[in-house]
Write a protein that binds this ligand. Structure first.
Ligand SMILES: [Zn+2]
Length: 66
């Protein structure tokens, strides 16, 4: 049920899973909980901040609150 989505148009940091694919927060500098939301075109897992970024990255598919 967590189908992997390929996310395009990412910066190198985002594509490496080191930054939020939605707001661009740098996870090496900012400690924020984040969850995998899909893969980059190179196959690396990519992440978004827990909360609205993750919802947005998933296209609000789940409809769950927080
Ligand atoms: Zn974010």
């Amino acid at each position: 049920m967590n189908a992997e989505k390929v996310i395009t148009g990412l910066s190198p940091l985002q594509a490496d899973g080191l930054a939020c694919v939605v707001c661009g927060a740098d996870y090496l500098c900012v400690r924020v909980p984040h969850v995998p939301v899909g893969r980059s075109v190179t196959g690396s897992q990519v992440f978004a901040c827990v909360g609205c970024c993750a919802d947005e990255a998933r296209g609000a598919a789940g409809g769950e609150l927080r």
